[in-house]
Design a protein around this ligand. Structure first.
Ligand code: LIP
Length: 282
C-alpha cells in the first residue's frame, strides 16, 4: 500500500506529535529515575495512576490542541476523570500517557507513551515510545513501520509450536477473565508446546514485540482504545495481522485484541481461546 494522506496536513500532525512525545519522554524518564511515585487507584485496586500519567497526558493534549484547532482527544486519564469518548470523523488523537503504569510504579522498564491518530475513524498513524530503553516505534498507513528510524518486520511463523506467545492478564480479574486466560495458557503451553510464553505488562510493548518479530502473537481481553490504537498500525505496517480474538475484524473500541505475525498463526491462536464478551467503549 502507498501512503495517501486523507488530510492535507496529516504529515504535519504526525511530525509535531513525535516532537511532543519525545518531550513527554523526558518527563517520564526523570520520574522513572526518582525513587518512587505517588500512586492512586482508579476503577479497582489493580488499576493504577500516577501524577506522571496525568502530567504527560496534559502535556500532549495541551500541545496538540494549541497547534491543531478542532482536533479531538480520547485520553486514558481524561476518560478516567469523566470525559466522554466521542468517536467521530474529526482528526482524533488516542492517547495513553504511560501504557504499563503498573510497570512504571514498580520501576520495571517496560512502559510506553502511546499516541495514535485517527481520521474518519481510520487509524492513520501510531507512535509508541519507551523513554527508558529509548525505543521509538512509528507507523503511518502505507509508509511501513520503524523503530528508531529502521524498518521492522513481524515474524513469518505460522505455527504455535514454533512461537513465543504473549498472553496478558490485565487489571480485570473477573472469574470469566480468569477462565479464558487459564484455558488458553494451558492450551498453548502444554497441549501445543509453544516455545515460550511472555507478558510484558503493557499492551503497546506486547504489540511492538510482535511488530518487530521478537514474539509471534499476543492476545488480551479488557484493554482500552488508548492501549492498542497506536501499536495496532505498527503491527499491520510491519506485515502482521490485528484482529478481534474471535478472528473477526479488529475494532479499536471493542476492548479486545489479537495480533500475530501471520494470519495462519492468528487463526490457530484464536482457536485456543475461551472468548470473552465486552461492551464496546464507543
Ligand atoms: C495496561 C495495559 C495492559 C493491561 C493492563 C492495563 P495502563 O494499561 O496496557 O496490557 O494488562 O491491565 O490496562 O493502564 O498501564 O495504561
Amino acid at each position: 500500500m502507498v501512503f495517501q494522506p486523507i488530510h492535507e496536513e496529516e504529515q504535519v500532525f504526525v511530525d509535531y506529535a513525535i516532537e511532543l512525545v519525545k518531550k513527554a519522554g523526558t518527563l517520564v524518564r526523570t520520574a522513572f529515575d526518582s525513587p518512587e511515585s505517588k500512586v492512586d487507584t482508579k476503577s479497582s485496586n489493580t488499576d493504577l495512576v500516577t501524577e506522571t500519567d496525568q502530567a504527560v497526558e496534559k502535556l500532549l493534549i495541551e500541545g496538540l490542541s494549541e497547534r491543531f484547532k478542532g482536533h479531538r482527544f480520547i485520553g486514558e486519564e481524561s476518560v478516567a476523570g469523566g470525559a466522554k469518548i466521542e468517536w467521530t470523523d474529526a482528526p482524533t488523537w488516542i492517547i495513553d500517557p504511560i501504557d504499563g503504569t503498573t510497570n512504571f510504579v514498580h520501576r520495571i522498564p517496560m512502559i510506553a507513551i502511546c499516541v495514535g491518530l485517527a481520521i474518519k475513524k481510520q487509524i492513520r498513524a501510531g507512535i509508541v515510545y519507551n523513554p527508558i530503553t529509548n525505543e521509538l516505534y512509528l507507523a503511518q498507513l502505507g509508509k511501513g513501520a520503524f523503530k528508531n528510524g529502521f524498518p521492522i518486520r513481524a515474524s513469518k511463523n505460522q505455527f504455535i509450536a514454533e512461537s513465543v506467545l504473549i498472553l496478558q492478564l490485565g487489571s480485570i480479574r473477573s472469574p470469566v477473565m480468569q477462565k479464558s486466560f487459564v484455558d488458553s495458557y494451558k492450551t498453548v503451553m502444554f497441549d501445543k508446546q509453544c516455545h515460550g510464553h511472555r507478558s510484558f505488562g503493557s499492551a503497546a510493548i506486547n504489540m511492538v514485540m510482535v511488530a518487530q518479530g521478537s514474539c509471534d502473537g499476543y492476545v488480551e481481553y479488557g484493554i482500552h482504545a488508548w492501549d492498542v490504537a497506536a501499536p495496532s498500525i505498527i503491527v499491520t505496517e510491519a506485515g502482521g495481522v490485528v484482529t478481534d480474538p474471535t478472528g473477526s475484524p479488529f475494532d479499536v473500541m471493542s476492548r479486545k485484541v489479537l495480533c500475530a505475525g501471520t494470519a495462519e498463526l492468528g487463526r490457530d491462536l484464536s482457536a485456543c481461546l475461551t472468548h470473552v464478551d465486552f461492551e464496546p467503549e464507543a
